[in-house]
Write a protein that binds this ligand. Structure first.
Ligand code: URA
Length: 228
């Protein structure tokens, strides 16, 4: 994939290689999401990816089914050791039916490269499988309705480590309103799987304030994985 000079510069900036100015509110100062904690309840397990994918594709459990172009199930290795969980599809993801394919996705791919990981060997999905209109934050009822799909994905993949990508994913998965600044740099756990929270690449594209910490987070995730 050929990257434009500007895009490349943004990636490098976000990874901490050069500096540009940002007026974006730090993710650590953003208000907490309306509701958190999705992974507490036990659910009956679906036995196959096919069934789960079909359920997601035809889902009408919340009103996002009326505004989506298509569902975004997730992508990657079904037996991945690394499971990355973002917030929700954006405009590009909604159009293409794949997670993290926009600018933030390209940066995520670069971040993976820095960890010597590829998109093909990990699995990436989102808390929500449908795009919220205008990319607004997910509502608590949407999170609730969608959470079984994520639980099923975790159960089927059985990852060794989960990376919560960004504040909303981290707060939702951990059932907390703590800031991303407090959640990063620690090993949490859901469903008996270690979980690490990292800054969202969309945030990193706009802010340089936490760029060094973002790099530290990737190192921390790698060290944690190696110690498992
Ligand atoms: N941001 C997310 O959290 N997920 C996507 O799939 C794309 C952007």
């Amino acid at each position: 994939m050929a990257l434009s000079k500007t895009t490349r510069l943004q990636y490098l900036n976000a990874l901490g290689i050069t500096v540009w100015q940002s007026r974006f509110m730090p993710e650590s100062l953003a208000p907490p999401i309306e509701s958190a904690q999705i992974i507490a309840t036990k659910i009956p397990l679906i036995d196959s990816w096919e069934h789960l994918r079909a359920d997601v594709t035809s889902c009408q459990l919340c009103s996002l089914c009326t505004t989506r172009t298509q569902t975004v199930f997730g992508d990657g290795n079904l037996n991945a050791e690394w499971l990355f969980i973002g917030e929700a599809p954006g405009e590009h993801e909604d159009k293409q039916g794949k997670p993290f394919v926009g600018e933030a996705g390209k940066l995520l791919t670069e971040m993976l490269r820095a960890m010597r990981l590829t998109r093909e060997e990990i699995f990436i999905t989102n808390i929500l499988k449908c795009r919220p209109p205008l990319n607004r934050d997910p509502h608590s009822d949407e999170i609730r309705q969608c959470h079984t799909y994520l639980q099923q994905q975790i159960a089927l993949i059985q990852p060794k480590i989960i990376i919560a990508v960004g504040r909303i994913a981290a707060q939702t998965l951990l059932g907390t309103h703590e800031t991303i600044g407090k959640l990063r740099g620690k090993v949490h756990s859901i469903e008996n799987v270690p979980l690490i929270a990292i800054y969202h690449p969309a945030y990193l594209l706009r802010s340089l304030i936490e760029k060094r910490k973002a790099w530290q987070d990737l190192q921390f995730a790698l060290q944690t994985f190696k110690s498992l």
